[in-house]
Ligand binder design. Structure first.
Ligand code: NAD
Ligand code: UDP
Length: 338
């Protein structure tokens, strides 16, 4: 099977390309490199020992997408390309709706014109809003998102659902990721945020490596076991393998399917700091600050459906996630710039 991976130079995409190549899939990456660089692709090639055909291409560029699809005969697309910074999306909603929604509409249109009607889409637990119940099953109603980024995911789920309904030749798999952290065991690919990280783990690793003074914990007065926010952290390699498993559903022509990709376990911010320190032996200085607007107290998955239907479950525990995040950060203090 030949797989088009959009956004394959990014954090989750690069790890997924490794797992796909390891499983013998033919992979072609397109990425506009707006939040990544080609070095990640070179490093993937070093890990797998295989060439990764790459096109620098924007998913909004209909003509170029068409040329690529004329040339390559894709069986399916794993669609990671998108802008993902929550805070930035509040400042630049138009850019987020344009890039994520218009980009996906263009991609899907070019796909159907080339009779490629199989897509795995990167969705997010953020679509549950403040979840109606915990652990969150796929039946949990979609909620009110607190930022334009979240709305792009929620809206695109609806767009792809409707497209599949109208044309049952489509196979659409919506994967709702919880909180990906960690890095490939080689320590050569990993998360490489631009500027000051928004997410917890890159902030912790940058603090540990001395690039940041201290971590600010956003609130310790939530209704959780220690007052800090609880999330479902998942190793990015486990997440990547979830995509490989999802391809089996595409082969079965399963129509529309939705899966949470999480571990089913919640850890608080203080739990993460403690586990990071124990796993790495490095101290993380922190201060307690105010709550971050839009944050919720608790978010973790029921991972049962993905296990029952895909035979997938997360294998890595929290200590390994912390150790692997650190291994990437300390070997590459400036990300791919080293
Ligand atoms: P990332 O920014 O590392 O990767 C996204 C890639 O898409 C980047 O390489 C970027 O250059 C590329 N891209 C963006 N817009 C593009 C466009 N118009 N045309 C072509 N390429 C484009 O992010 P990631 O963490 O690897 O996330 C991958 C996907 O998973 C995204 O859709 C993201 O929203 C989703 N997701 C991420 C998380 C997370 O916490 N990392 C959680 C839930 C969902
Ligand atoms: N968090 C924090 N300090 C930071 C970044 C995040 O205390 O510098 C907390 C945040 O409030 C949340 C958890 O860490 O409870 C995970 O936040 P992240 O932004 O990584 O993921 P999301 O909020 O999208 O689940």
């Amino acid at each position: 099977m030949k797989i088009l991976v959009t956004g394959g130079a990014g954090y989750i995409g690069s790890h997924t390309v490794v797992e796909l190549q390891n499983e013998g899939y033919d992979v072609v990456v397109i990425d506009n490199l707006s939040n990544s660089c080609e070095k990640s692709i070179e490093r993937v090639e070093k890990i797998t020992g295989k060439k990764v055909p790459f096109y620098k291409c924007d998913i909004l560029d209909r003509e170029k997408l068409s040329e690529i699809m004329d040339k390559e005969n894709f069986d399916a697309c794993i669609h990671f390309a998108g802008l993902k910074a929550v805070g930035e999306s509040v400042q630049k909603p138009w850019e987020y709706y344009e890039n994520n929604i218009a980009g996906t509409l263009t991609l899907v249109d070019v796909m159907r014109k080339h009779n490629v009607k199989n897509i795995i889409f990167s969705s997010s637990a953020t679509i549950y809003g403040d979840p109606a119940f915990i652990p969150i099953t796929e039946e949990c109603p979609k909620g009110v998102c607190t930022n334009p980024y979240g709305w792009t995911k929620s809206m695109l789920e609806q767009v792809l659902t409707d497209i599949q309904k109208a044309d049952p030749e489509w196979n659409v798999i919506l994967l709702r990721y919880f909180n990906p952290i960690g890095a490939h065991k080689s320590g050569t690919i990993g998360e490489n945020p631009n500027g000051i990280p928004n997410n917890l783990m890159p902030y912790i690793t940058q603090t540990a490596v001395g690039k940041r003074d201290h971590l600010t914990i956003f609130g310790n007065d939530y209704d959780t076991h220690d007052g800090t926010g609880v999330r479902d952290y998942i190793h990015v390699v486990d997440l990547a393998r979830g995509h490989v498993k999802a391809l089996a559903k595409i082969k079965e022509k399963a129509g529309l399917k939705i899966y949470n990709l999480g571990t089913g376990t919640g850890y608080s911010v203080l739990d993460i700091v403690k586990n990071f320190e124990e796993a790495t032996g490095v101290k993380v200085p922190y201060e307690i600050g105010p709550r971050r607007p839009g944050d919720i107290a608790t978010c973790y998955a029921s991972a049962k459906k993905a296990y029952d239907e895909l035979g997938w479950k997360a294998e890595y525990g929290i200590k390994e996630m912390c150790a692997d995040s650190w291994n990437w950060q300390k070997n590459n203090p400036n990300g791919y710039e080293d």
